[in-house]
Ligand binder design. Structure first.
Ligand SMILES: Nc1ncnc2c1ncn2[C@@H]1O[C@H](COP(=O)(O)OP(=O)(O)OP(=O)(O)O)[C@@H](O)[C@H]1O
Length: 318
């Protein structure tokens, strides 16, 4: 297995001849074996990025390498579930699974496909066109998982599923990642869905990478602090330099700020626990906050490599 699942350099995509970038100047690296949350506002470029990684569209500028190769050449090793879940409507569920087996004769895991479908109590004889949105999602996930891909690209996979189905299929995804070392990239707008399962984050805003890195490293690079407002009228009155302020908000007599500390924090400020959701929301509310890319190491790196690289790998771009 290659050490990088996805490597993008200056990746950009426009669907129009002039301007209108869906994605621009995206440089990031996703090590193999991670479960990556892909988040960002509507229209940020998440689906475009997944389609580029799946080799369905070509970059307008820059490059993306998937599993060490060109996205179109590594498709047999990649599973992709797009937002619209394109399945053949006239086929039955059983015929759809048989087609998956025929297309992936070397890797097809029939037991997984049957288990995922059975979890939804789907009638194997039902035509795809008669299925609900959530049931179609289940069939699409069964196809993608049974292919035993090295990389799974999932575009809002849980959106149409009921809470029990979400819970069950998220468990199946995580078990697959743990058992086979599958890299998963999953876009979602539901942070609670991602918080417990993802160990890597890619936050995109306006087509650009805003945050990228392992979640533990990104959380460690930030601090949520509170201090007295001291009569200041606006958060802008607070100069927290040399720390980088992502966001500061006044509530009553208190200021709460999310900062990237550059040394000891100011006297009188208290640190509060920071969740992944806090981190993402603060960056979504403040699109002007400087981006941060923390280069993560492949899972196979030695502890010594990990220590020296984490000390050297922080790249902040204004
Ligand atoms: N086929 C297309 N033709 C023209 N513009 C497109 C096309 N696909 C996407 N875009 C544009 O590219 C931008 C990014 O869209 P994209 O679907 O990648 O965003 P997203 O982050 O997945 O959004 P959402 O969270 O709403 O699904 C948007 O401005 C969108 O209008």
């Amino acid at each position: 297995m290659t050490s990088s699942a996805i490597e993008a350099t200056g990746l950009a995509k426009t669907f129009r001849r002039r301007g209108g970038w869906a994605l621009r100047d995206c440089t990031f690296q996703l090590p193999a074996g991670r479960v990556c949350a892909l988040v960002g506002p509507n229209g940020a470029g998440k689906s475009t990025l997944l389609a580029l990684a799946a080799g369905l569209i070509a970059p307008s500028e820059g490059s993306v390498t998937v599993l060490g190769g060109h996205p179109a050449h590594v498709r047999p090793r990649v599973g992709f579930v797009s937002q619209d879940k394109p399945l053949h409507p006239q086929l039955t569920v059983a015929e759809t699974l048989r087609m998956g087996a025929d297309l992936n004769p070397d890797s097809w895991d029939a037991a997984t496909a049957e288990r995922v479908v059975a979890g939804g109590e789907l009638d194997l004889g039902a035509r795809v066109r008669s299925l609900s949105g959530g049931q179609r999602t289940r069939v699409a996930l069964a196809l993608a998982l049974a292919k035993r891909p090295e990389l799974l690209l999932l575009d809002e996979p849980m959106a149409a599923l009921d809470p029990l189905a979400r819970h069950e299929l998220m468990g199946t995804l995580m078990a697959t990642a743990a058992q086979y070392g599958t890299t998963i990239v999953m876009s979602s707008h539901v942070m609670a869905e991602l918080e417990d399962s993802c160990d890597h984050l890619l936050l995109i805003g306006d087509g650009r990478v805003r945050l990228s890195g392992d979640t533990d490293d990104l959380l460690a690079a930030h601090a949520l602090i509170t201090g007295p407002a001291r009569g200041a009228a606006a958060p802008a009155d607070f100069d927290l330099a040399p720390h980088t302020t992502v966001e500061s908000r006044v509530t009553g007599r208190q200021v709460t700020a999310l900062v990237r500390p550059e040394g000891p924090l100011p006297d009188g400020w208290q640190t509060r626990e920071l969740s992944l959701e806090d981190l993402v929301l603060a960056h979504l509310r403040n699109p002007a906050a400087p981006p941060l890319t923390l280069r993560a190491l492949p899972a196979s790196a030695s502890p010594q490599e990990a220590t020296s690289a984490s000390a050297m790998s922080q790249e902040t771009t204004a």
